[in-house]
Design a protein around this ligand. Structure first.
Ligand code: SF4
Ligand code: SF4
Length: 319
């Protein structure tokens, strides 16, 4: 049983994760108490073309422990990796939850629309099987960049004809509230915070193009601790020796990617890509992975004028 102290702490954590402050903890606690008095919403996870990295990332939750979250605060009725039931048991559970309706369906991964057998759900191609699980959902959450915009499976020549959940819903004629939480992998606070917000308030968070503004409202560049070097035109030349410089000319995509990564950070606030001397690859950007992997071929962008740089990095491989 969750003690009262732990419960309040969870609500505070969620408030910080969602709003960046504790002030909504009481509202969230009230929302959860209402839910506890009624029926908790059911969350059904389905995986498409994915590496399972988003699920792995979620189990390393920062502010909110994912296992606690799924078992106590919301009810993840069915998850292909975390549910006790596997194989046929998972499929039966999925069928029973989604046929009852009112659930929140969370999709991790993309959907092959051309080479349909590239991804199966049970014994059926995901493309054919997914529609019935969406039909009675109250909301759909795209978990990670593959579900949001195709991600890695849709990059390059896109051999399987991979599509994202919004494209899929259009193709099969389903119209549901959709929340996209991009990231490769997903940052756990963003998924748990968003789901907790929906569960506690019964409302969708403020969004732009289906993406919560709270997490993805501002350019990484604007809050980057290396901005001071960018503003002085001090750019990194050697990864081994140079730590006090901007990574732009090594292909950093912080200038074209909106996310709160520099302030939210990762792994319990330990670090974030740019701070560990790694250019932001723009993993939350809907165009990611980009057309040219210029962060591996840094000489391609050395000394590019600013406008050419922006033009050069926009566009995704094969598209
Ligand atoms: S390292 Fe990247 S995000 Fe940071 S200031 Fe330079 S270009 Fe911008
Ligand atoms: S800093 Fe860039 S690459 Fe790193 S997690 Fe954030 S968006 Fe992705």
């Amino acid at each position: 049983m969750l003690s009262r102290r732990d419960f309040i702490k969870r609500c505070r954590d969620i408030s910080v994760a969602v709003f960046g402050a504790e002030i909504f903890a009481a509202d969230i606690a009230e929302g959860f108490m209402k839910i506890a008095a009624s029926k908790r919403p059911q969350i059904a996870f389905v995986q498409g073309q994915s590496c399972t990295g988003c699920t792995v990332s979620m189990t390393y939750g920062n502010e909110t422990d994912f296992i606690d979250f799924v078992t106590r605060l919301v009810r993840v009725q069915v998850h292909p990796n975390l549910s006790f039931s596997q194989g046929h048991g998972y499929m039966q559970l999925l069928d029973s939850v989604t046929s009852a309706g009112g659930h929140v369906l969370v999709l991790e991964g993309s959907i092959p629309a051309r080479m349909k057998k590239a991804c199966l759900l049970g014994e059926e191609p995901l493309y054919n099987a997914l529609k019935k699980h969406l039909e009675k959902a109250s909301a759909v959450v795209a978990c990670g960049t593959c579900a949001c915009s195709g991600g890695i499976p849709a990059s390059g020549r896109n051999e399987t004809g991979s599509i994202d959940i919004a494209q899929y819903m259009r193709q099969v004629g389903i119209n549901k509230p959709l929340i996209k939480i991009p990231g490769c992998p997903i940052q756990p606070d963003r998924l748990m915070g968003t789901v907790a917000y929906i569960v506690a308030t019964g409302r969708l968070p403020e969004m732009k193009n289906n993406i919560p503004v709270k997490y993805f409202g501002d350019l990484i560049h604007n809050n980057c601790h290396r901005f001071q070097y960018f503003s002085q035109d001090i750019y990194l030349k050697d990864f081994n020796t140079d730590k006090h410089s901007c990574l732009l000319k090594k292909g950093c995509r912080g200038t074209i990617t909106k996310s709160d990564c520099p302030t939210r950070r990762w792994n319990g606030g330990v670090n974030v890509c740019v701070e560990s001397n790694t250019p932001c690859v723009g993993c939350v950007n809907e165009k990611w992975p980009f057309k040219e992997n210029i962060y591996y071929e840094s000489r391609n962008i050395e000394d590019l004028p600013w406008n050419d740089f922006k033009k050069n990095v926009l566009g995704r491989g094969g598209k």
